[in-house]
Design a protein around this ligand. Structure first.
Ligand SMILES: *[C@@H]1O[C@H](CO)[C@@H](O)[C@H](O)[C@H]1NC(C)=O
Ligand SMILES: *[C@@H]1O[C@H](CO)[C@@H](O)[C@H](O)[C@H]1NC(C)=O
Length: 277
């Protein structure tokens, strides 16, 4: 074989070898999706090889090296720099990176890379998002246009959250259920900085009952579902108010009454369609 052919063969062999090594072990980075400002965050590099086959475990944030563990070194950890956090050496190990006193700058995408001693082979996990949040310190504030409504009225209510970072997302529940999105409209400039606000415009039907419970959820991340508990959220605050619906009175004049009934019927149908039972 001439030398160029040999070289070509070697390149091919190496390529095949590297290809065949893709499944030498499984690897994933376990990173919490959210952390509260000032907390300690422990990230785990979940690999399926025994410790004695490891050469190196390395953590990166958005492609930039943060931390390396090299097995067998007298000082096995090489520390580069973690923006927005300090390393908690007591909780860090070959497979774990612990960040303490996390600040907003620590938000980002983290991944770990594992290198084997023999064969020399590296694999990098998928990136995982971490978001450091400043939680809300107060419950959301609900204001309503009135306390008592008649059937056919349009209820107008506004919910304003307390400040947080990122700003929370607001969802209204009417008698415990989410109304159609068309009844809810975000207020672009809320009264409080770093807060969010949402308006609810709801046609009052007698199907809602004599008392209507309006609940405002202010959450990070946004609304997940009616079924999940507050523990499913990184940050959760809620407030509720009850408004009354006056008993339907007989229309005073025939003409006015007819008009009233037809409007009520339209609203009634819309609500019935919106809240299927
Ligand atoms: C760690 O990785 C293994 C193998 O891929 C997987 O079965 C296991 O569920 C992972 N552990 C966690 C906590 O995700
Ligand atoms: C709720 O908002 C209203 C209107 O902006 C304000 O008058 C009221 O003081 C607020 N309530 C609380 C508890 O902050």
């Amino acid at each position: 074989m001439d030398s160029s052919l040999t070289r070509l063969c070697c390149v091919l062999c190496l390529a095949l070898f590297a290809e065949g090594n893709h499944d030498l072990f499984e690897l994933s980075a376990l990173v919490p999706r959210y952390a509260k400002l000032g907390e300690t965050v422990v990230m785990k590099c979940n690999y399926t090889i025994p410790e004695n086959q490891l050469y190196k475990v390395q953590w990166t944030k958005s492609g930039i090296k943060l931390f390396q563990y090299i097995r067998g070194r007298r000082t096995p950890f090489i520390y580069h720099n973690v923006p927005g956090a300090k390393i908690d050496w007591d909780l860090s190990s070959a497979s774990k990176l612990a960040l303490m006193e996390v600040q907003h700058d620590a938000s980002g995408q983290y991944a770990c890379q594992v290198t084997l001693e023999s064969p020399i082979y590296s694999k990098t996990s998928e990136y995982r998002d971490l978001t450091v949040i400043q939680i809300q310190e107060i419950d959301p504030n609900i204001t309503t246009s009135k306390q008592v409504f008649n059937v056919g009225d349009i209820l107008d209510a506004t919910c304003t959250s307390g400040p947080s970072k990122p700003v929370p997302e607001i969802t209204w529940l009417v008698n415990g259920r989410k109304p159609p999105d068309t009844y809810m409209k975000p207020i672009v400039k809320p009264a409080v900085d770093s807060a969010s606000a949402m308006r609810l415009t709801l046609p009052i039907s007698d199907k809602l009952g004599a008392e209507v419970q309006l609940t405002c959820l202010s959450t990070i991340p946004g609304f997940i579902s009616d079924q999940v508990g507050f523990l499913a959220y990184a940050d959760y605050r809620s407030s509720a108010v009850i408004v009354s619906v006056a008993a339907k009175s007989e229309p005073v004049t025939a003409g006015c009454g007819k008009e009233f009934i037809s409007i009520a019927a339209v609203v009634f149908t819309a609500i019935a369609a919106a809240f299927p039972t």
